[in-house]
Design a binder for this molecule. Structure first.
Ligand SMILES: O=C(O)C1=C[C@@H](OP(=O)(O)O)[C@@H](O)[C@H](O)C1
Ligand SMILES: C=C(OP(=O)(O)O)C(=O)O
Length: 428
């Protein structure tokens, strides 16, 4: 793959819709009775897995690119699925579906791909069982394939042991079925798209003194959802523009919900020039970002910043190879249970490219700046790694050959088209 390395990136791109919000728009639309419309939907493989699960429950979903219409009899009118619900590579689909299916009056089975089979589901199943859910699976009952026999649920009071929006959301979605008021305390704030979107579907979510409360039993009503661009996808072009000399790019309508903007803070700490303008008002904030090539310095990333940039750590690690000094990433043990062990897989690839990178139990230590060399690197089927290596190819001396870059379609099907636009190679 010749990506015209060293050519500055210039111009404007609208990154695709936010993955987390796209999943939730479909799920909540399917739970509501009536017709929900979604614009700016991400047609990535993960969100298509969510759509296919609901079609099997008797929900009609018409998807036309980024426009989706969901017409549903509502969560009380779903039909028992005749076959296994395939959640593909999507942790979000698998975990949130467990909460959604727990309160039905039928039996369903969830299964995903080989990566999902290794991801911990006990973190969701434990609190759901406390609510009365009947969920069975492999490895002591917590791994896919998972069988859910719908049952009547009760509210719980739950202190979350991990900072995870997927766990929080699965509990909140089960709480809609449950009798009483569920209360959740987070260890550290995680992305709050569920809390923002549920009220638009008629379910108020109360947040006071660090406690999130939802009272069950309400009938969900349909809505129109406009999905902003995904800052986790924008992160790859932000990093590319910072590292490729003479670049200056604009990324329009990028979601800048404060629970997701850790990447902007980390990049600014590193000396990266990035401007935010035209912020729109609304439930989910969005803005145009302008990014210029910059001289970078090392930083430390830990604590409450981690959940706010968790999916951006692979590309931040690549950025750190071009920063002066030692970058330390700590408190990020969650990376070990993503699509791959992202501490191990990132460090393995970075070392092949000639970087000075070391894995620690909960993060990475990266020394820079180092001129990267061409090499063969593996995505290990992890979309965020595939895109990290594609960005590495823009700065490495020699060709970077990426094994299995097709997996990028999980979250960014038009990634290479957009890269070519920024490289002014429109004809390819
Ligand atoms: O709720 C969500 O949409 C997500 C939450 C995060 O996972 P965790 O909840 O496991 O931290 C994130 O890594 C994932 O890409 C999407
Ligand atoms: C971790 C991710 O997604 P999920 O958990 O939904 O598979 C991701 O998109 O980086």
């Amino acid at each position: 793959m010749a990506l015209n390395d060293k050519a500055p990136l210039t111009g404007t791109v609208q990154v695709p819709g936010d993955k987390s919000i796209s999943h939730r728009a479909i799920m909540f639309g399917a739970m509501a009775e009536g017709t929900t419309t979604v614009e700016g939907f991400l047609p990535g493989d993960d969100c298509l897995s969510t759509i296919s699960c609901f079609r099997q429950l008797g929900v009609s979903v018409e998807q036309n690119g980024t426009d989706v219409t969901v017409t549903s009899p509502g969560m009380h009118g779903w039909t028992e699925p005749a076959d296994i619900l395939d959640t593909g590579n999507s942790g979000t689909t698998t975990r949130l579906m467990l909460g959604i299916l727990a309160g039905t009056d039928f039996h369903s089975v969830l299964n995903g791909d080989a990566s999902i089979a290794k991801r911990p589901m006990g973190r969701v199943i434990d609190p759901l069982r406390q609510m009365g859910a009947d969920i069975r699976g492999r490895s002591g009952g917590t791994m896919t394939p998972l069988a859910v026999t719908g049952s009547s649920l009760q509210a719980i009071d739950y202190d979350m042991p991990v900072a995870s929006a997927q766990v929080k959301s699965a509990i909140l979605l089960a709480a809609i079925w449950a009798e009483g008021t569920t209360a959740i305390r987070e260890k550290l704030p995680s992305r709050n798209h569920t809390e923002i979107l549920l009220p638009q579907f008629g379910v108020p979510v109360d947040q006071q003194d660090g406690v999130i409360r939802l009272t069950g039993g309400l009938k969900m009503t349909p809505a129109h959802v406009s999905v902003p661009g995904d800052i986790s996808s924008a992160a790859f072009f932000i990093a590319a523009a910072l590292m490729v000399p003479d670049s200056e790019i604009r990324l329009t309508n990028v979601g800048v919900n404060p629970t997701r903007t850790g990447i902007l803070e980390a990049v600014r700490q590193m000396g990266g020039e990035i401007e935010t303008e035209d912020a729109t008002e609304g439930a989910e904030l969005a803005a145009t970002l302008t990014v210029r090539a910059s001289k970078l310095k090392s930083t430390e990333i830990s604590g409450a910043l981690i959940p706010r940039l968790i999916d951006e750590l692979p590309i931040i690690a690549l950025l750190a190879t071009q920063a002066e000094g030692t970058t330390v990433i700590r408190d990020a043990e969650e990376l070990r249970v993503k699509e791959t062990d992202r501490i191990q897989s990132v460090v393995t690839g970075l070392k092949k490219l000639g970087a000075d990178a070391e894995a620690t139990s909960d993060g990475m230590i990266i020394k820079g700046p180092v001129r990267l060399r061409g090499a063969q690197v593996d995505s290990f089927g992890d979309h965020r790694l595939g895109m990290t290596w594609a960005v590495a190819s823009l700065i490495a001396d020699g060709d970077v050959d990426i094994i299995n870059k097709e997996c990028i379609s999980v979250s960014y099907p038009t990634f290479f088209e957009h890269l070519h636009t920024l490289q002014n190679r429109l004809s390819e």
